[in-house]
Design a protein around this ligand. Structure first.
Ligand code: PXG
Length: 465
């Protein structure tokens, strides 16, 4: 049996981690996670860690669900792989497509599968652009996105996303994407500006972009109903209905990237329902299997589907599109979500409880804003509570907070100085209390450290511990 030190040595020698500064990681070593049950994971040192992030926003039904392992095992024993090319498919693939359409908002009719959120978004981009070409409008190709959006890590996903650091490393960014202001009141609202009015102003930024580019050149608007990786940016309720109206008015498709918000995170099957709008295209991944298998899907409405079907063959697909094992696990995962009423539980019970408990942190001197929706939440760390002035970026206060959370055996992610949470939908009230208690201790500790002279501070920027 390999020891922690053995695994860390091999990890350092050979494994490149996603989104990681390897020089720092190799100095400090990785935490190696070996088990999980409910909302808890265990590492090789035997520490139990309360996972406030559902892995990476995905383990909605919690860890350790044997029936998902059994679904995978059964399907592997019966048929581990077959594809959906060349007029073939498999039973779980078909059943899952039908099930997703039954859960989707009215008007949706067809599903195409892939394995990751990034691939789903690449697929959606290709579908949307091809749809307009088939409509006889090949010049309608530009996709409007928002600054701070995360749409994945492939070249198209990173180009469509609004992360400046990722754009910087693309070197040659794909064309045909335009970014506008996000509906993020904490940073973009004018002093004293009403939330509702701010939401409408952020929607107007989209309309202004459509008019500037020309409606005959704009293919779609894309957005996460609530921006996740960009720092849990929750739009005012006025935003999405206004964006939808603008898209309809200018005949621009609306693409909801539901990779984080799908499957109950916001108390509805899809986030668009929670935010009051109906898109034409939905991409989803992550919690479609609660992370137990890699799987993603693009859902399209009748209009887009019928348009695409007029075009003969659509030259797109992956070896693992509609993989039968992933689809079988997704079906079993949807069954758990339905049978245990986990989506309604978020809407009616544990979501409101989480919000209420998270709000108790609002008085803390380091907290400039607390916000949440369903089981997604954020805490803004600020240097000055009255003016909401942020800390200097070099102080890396968010990263220090995250590292303290790890040291206190729980996971809360840092996006700059925005601390974000997305616990599994099965979290109990007692576990919410425990999470909030641990966050409170970490904030107190961080506050003390920040008062102390800089030499007393732990090394900033550490990644794992
Ligand atoms: N869209 C959205 C909205 C996402 O959040 C993707 C697309 C891409 O999915 P894949 O499966 O290709 O990773 C995502 C993924 C983080 C973090 O640290 C967030 C994601 C992935 C990894 C890390 O917040 N979101």
């Amino acid at each position: 049996m390999a020891t922690t030190a053995d695994l860390q040595r091999l990890d350092s020698a050979h494994h490149l981690h996603p989104f990681t500064d390897h020089e720092t990681l190799r100095r400090e070593g990785s935490r190696i996670v070996v088990g999980g049950e409910g909302v808890w994971v265990t590492d090789t040192d035997g520490r139990r860690i309360l996972d406030g992030m559902s892995g990476l926003w995905c383990v909605n039904v919690g860890y350790g669900r044997e029936e998902l392992a059994e679904a995978a095992c059964r399907q592997m024993q019966q048929l581990a792989y077959y594809n959906s090319f060349f007029k073939t498919t498999t039973a779980p693939t078909v059943q899952l497509a039908a099930h997703l359409i039954a859960l989707a908002p009215p008007g949706f009719s067809d599903v195409m599968f892939a394995s990751s959120g990034s691939e789903a978004n690449d697929t959606a981009i290709r579908m949307i652009r091809h749809f307009w070409a088939l409509q006889g409008k090949p010049e309608k190709q530009v996709i409007i996105s928002r600054h701070g959006a995360y749409h994945g890590s492939t070249i198209a996903g990173a180009s469509m996303g609004g992360m400046p650091a990722m754009h910087g490393q693309l070197h040659v960014k794909l064309g045909g994407f335009h970014h506008v202001m996000p509906p993020y009141a904490f940073e973009y609202a004018e002093p004293g500006e009403d939330e509702h009015d701010f939401g409408l102003r952020a929607a107007r930024a989209i309309e202004e972009a459509i008019l500037e580019i020309g409606p005959d050149r704009v293919a779609a608007v894309v957005g996460e109903p609530v921006m996740g990786a960009g720092g849990v940016r929750i739009p005012p309720s006025s935003y999405w209905p206004a964006v939808e109206a603008i898209c309809r008015h200018h005949d621009v498709l609306l693409h909801a990237d539901e990779v984080i918000t799908g499957f109950g995170r916001l108390g509805h099957w899809f986030g668009c329902e929670a935010l009051g709008f109906t898109p034409d295209v939905i991409t989803c991944a992550k919690a479609i299997t609660s992370g137990y298998q890699p799987l993603s899907a693009v859902l399209i409405n009748k209009r887009v589907a019928e348009g695409l079907m007029q075009g003969g063959e659509f030259f797109h697909g992956y070896t693992h599109s509609g993989h039968p094992v992933a689809c079988a696990v997704a079906l079993a995962n949807l069954d758990i979500l339905e049978r245990e009423g986990l989506v309604e539980r978020v809407r009616d019970h544990i979501g409101p409880y989480f919000t209420q408990q998270l709000r108790t942190l609002a008085d803390h001197p380091l907290i400039g804003e607390v916000r949440s929706f369903g089981l997604i939440g954020a805490l803004e760390l600020v240097a000055d509570k009255a003016t909401r002035r942020r800390f200097a970026a070099e102080a890396a206060v968010g990263i220090r907070c995250r590292d303290l959370c790890f040291a206190h055996d729980f996971v809360m992610r840092a996006v700059g100085d925005t601390m974000v949470l997305a616990p599994p939908l099965v979290i109990s009230e007692a576990e919410v209390d425990e999470l909030i208690r641990r966050i409170g201790s970490v904030l107190d500790r961080l506050h003390e450290e920040l008062q102390a002279p800089p030499v007393a501070l732990p090394l900033a920027g550490s990644l794992t511990r």
